[in-house]
Design a protein around this ligand. Sequence first.
Ligand SMILES: Cc1cc2nc3c(=O)[nH]c(=O)nc-3n(C[C@H](O)[C@H](O)[C@H](O)COP(=O)(O)OP(=O)(O)OC[C@H]3O[C@@H](n4cnc5c(N)ncnc54)[C@H](O)[C@@H]3O)c2cc1C
Length: 505
Amino acid sequence: MEHKDDPSQPPHPADIVTGNYAGWKNSAVEKEVIVIGGGVSGLTAAKTLIENNITNILLLEADSRIGGRVRTYRQGNLSVEEGAEWIHGGERNTLYRLAKELQAVVPCVPDDAWDERVVTNNGHKSDPSKFEVVEDLMEEADTNGILEPYYHTGYGQFYLDRFPKVYGKGWDSTLGQAWLHLLEKTVNAEEGTNNWLDMSARDADQYVAKGQDHHWRDGFDTVVKYLQESIPDEVIRLSSPVCQIFWDQDDGQGVGKVLLVTNNGRSSYSAGRVIVAISVGYLKERHQHLFRPPLPVSLVKDLNSIELGVADKIQIGWEEPWWGSKDPLSLVILWKDRNLPKDMEWLYGIVQIFSVNQHPNVLLAFVTGGEAKVMERLPKDLVKRHLMHLLATTTGIKVPEPILFTRSQWGQNPWTRGSYSSYVTVEGDGNGLHKRQRLGMPLNNSLGKTVVFWAGEHIHNTRYGTVDGAMEVGEQQARRLIRKMKEECGDHNNSKSARVVNGNK
Ligand SMILES: Cc1cc2nc3c(=O)[nH]c(=O)nc-3n(C[C@H](O)[C@H](O)[C@H](O)COP(=O)(O)OP(=O)(O)OC[C@H]3O[C@@H](n4cnc5c(N)ncnc54)[C@H](O)[C@@H]3O)c2cc1C
């Protein structure tokens, strides 16, 4: 709810709703199924429905583009990812297999190809072997059973307990603490958490890694284009933010359709069932405005048990490398001194700056949590100046004017309100949210008909925060809807698409 009462935030674009139920109902465009949200999860749900001959559908997307948190930015020959970057895994990852089939996958830069530097914030070289402490601890956290004693505490507690032992002598020195800071920020960037002590260790333990990372040859949006190919243009309605969902309204005919209102009340749609595939950040912030009647108390409790962290990417590029080698750069920064002026303090959140896979002359830095929120509110040019200052002080080289600069603002984005990893909080774990599938339980209306289905990365128990996880959930939930349609077959047999299905048999 972080934006709710924040006067520095503009009003949410879905806030002003004018009109009334009867008017919306009379003018509603009728569909069999409506998918809300055109991220990869919603797109996969729509594709799955169509492939199963449920064709009388619509997908309503708030933004003027599809893809959601997959967003490739192109400038000339350069392309950078403002959202998802890596296919996390190899053969065991369905997305990797798809990318391979499309001949669109490239390996990541091999470990020995980097120009690796470990420096203090003043540019003094530091012992690179200490980076193994970070790597070893992050690997150790993946060991089976090791997090169990921490299930009721924050994930970060495991690291805080282990760090002194693994780092050894000097762990509490200024340099040791700079390494601990680096570890904390690296874990936050990996997990997408605002604060490593806030994420439930049980939730962190449920994520299943699937091998080495890979890259898309021509941008992550290749997968968005692939999904879009199976969906007729007229199915997707862009710039159509859903602002009200009447999911259990007595329509006097015992049909129990769902009525959706978009664009502040200017358009309406009616559907037998809906799949809600919007980010959990948006859902958490807006559900009270969105759903009529309100969501069940148990579901609200579960939504309050999960958080969508803010993690942003800042990317800066040049025609030529200027750091004194032709190799891709990996710069690890130890914040030994904290002497930045107040407005630059957000830079303490940056602990690694490294070349982007496809374009080694473009550097990428992650910033998370409080520092990301501060960065998002600064003017873009100031963020660029601050980053150039950091690069100059850490490399000792004058930084030329870049030809490319982007920074994401996922926290402020009204349709996401956060970045990648949704995470169950320690408090949420205490409230009993131990499995995310609960967030995917469909809603029945008073007639006993299952009308609202849920999709989105946050529902995947073991691959939350990933594109492959979001796509899997989209497919699963669409299949669930199809099964329900068949079970409640009176409903399906009367529908247009059922006639298509039967006609095809
Ligand atoms: C910075 C960053 C880095 C990432 N890195 C990786 C990575 O390396 N690898 C990886 O696998 N994953 C990564 N991810 C995560 C991945 O991008 C997401 O898990 C995935 O894209 C989520 O897809 P989704 O469809 O569940 O949600 P979203 O992409 O959020 O889609 C939801 C859609 O719903 C729309 N919407 C919201 N409200 C409404 C409304 N009221 N009406 C209509 N439409 C609405 C939104 O505009 C959006 O298009 C990253 C994400 C970010 C932000």
